[in-house]
Design a protein around this ligand. Structure first.
Ligand code: MF3
Ligand code: CO
Ligand code: CO
Length: 290
């Protein structure tokens, strides 16, 4: 690519005014094979228009989470929340990404107690006092995805359940604090796992965060365990989720044999998860959906 060509990122700017310095910096870096260090490919670097697209999807996604949260109460079935959220997202000219995604039958995931993630909303699942639940929503607007989830509690919950919900949130936050431009993806998992361990909890290793953009799950994969300074280099223009699943007991999980989706803790201990979509800037991190 020549200095006066249009930049590969699609910004419409000349290369010399856009990603030339970025590429020069990348070209000067050494990637340590033994640390699994990987150079990020150009195709996962977002331009300003992409960020605006994801940001707008995130505004609807956050409002959808607000709506879902406002419906959480003892006695409600989780399908009613799913239906209301689907109508809200569609009413805003957007698409609930989970609906029919690889055959997923509902618009959002609602995961109660020992369900780690990918819980399927159902008329038969009635919220009861003491439940803790994750609601995970992904919205597509004008082709751009935004993905986030939050925990909710029903009525009075056991202190250890409340504590897990809080530790899981802290795990997500320390993971995001570990994200730095020109740092490594392994920094995130190291921070998350250290915080979980220090609090006697375990981190699910079989599922992780992911790049977000014009697809639901893009590179990089974000493991929530790991070693600092390992894995893919984090660079400005990346957008991905941090979404650690934290178990009160052991880290192992199973997938429901009948529905093929519901992930549970193998030991049936409680599990909690929070998720944000974040954008890596030149200087730090901006949250695009929460
Ligand atoms: N939103 C989930 C994530 O954080 C993915 C759900 S996929 C579904 O990546 F099919 F289960 F909905
Ligand atoms: Co996600
Ligand atoms: Co999600």
């Amino acid at each position: 690519m020549n200095r006066n060509d249009l930049c590969w990122c699609g910004s419409g700017l000349k290369y010399k005014k856009c990603h030339l310095a970025f590429d020069e910096k990348l070209d000067g870096m050494k990637f340590d094979f033994f640390k699994g260090q990987v150079r990020p490919p150009h195709k996962i670097i977002k331009n300003a228009a992409d960020i605006e697209g994801i940001r707008k999807a995130g505004v609807i996604n956050d409002a959808a989470l607000d709506l879902a949260g406002s419906m959480v109460r003892e006695g409600i079935d989780t399908e009613s929340i799913d239906t209301a959220v689907r109508k809200f997202i569609e009413g805003n000219g957007a698409i609930p990404a989970c609906l029919n995604y690889e055959g997923f039958p509902k618009s959002i995931c609602i995961s109660l107690n020992d369900v780690v993630c990918h819980g399927i909303p159902s008329k038969k699942t009635i919220l009861k006092e003491g439940d803790i639940l994750n609601i995970d929503i992904t919205t597509i607007l004008d082709g751009y995805y935004a993905d986030a989830s939050r925990m909710y509690t029903v009525g009075k919950v056991a202190p250890e359940a409340q504590r897990l919900v809080e530790i899981a949130k802290e795990c997500m936050l320390v993971g995001i604090e570990a994200v730095h431009p020109w740092g490594y993806v392994g920094d995130i998992g190291a921070a998350v796992n250290a915080h979980a361990k220090a609090n006697g909890c375990s981190v699910v290793t079989e599922l992780g965060g992911h790049g977000v953009g014009k697809d639901f799950h893009e590179d990089p994969y974000i493991a929530h365990v790991g070693m600092p300074g390992t894995g893919m280099l984090i660079v400005p223009g990346m957008v991905f989720t941090v979404e650690p699943m934290i178990n009160a007991g052991r880290f192992k999980v199973t997938v429901d044999k009948k529905d093929g989706w519901t992930v549970r803790t193998k030991d049936h201990s409680l599990s909690a998860q929070w998720e944000k979509t974040i954008y890596v800037t030149e200087t730090g991190v901006e949250v695009l959906s929460s």
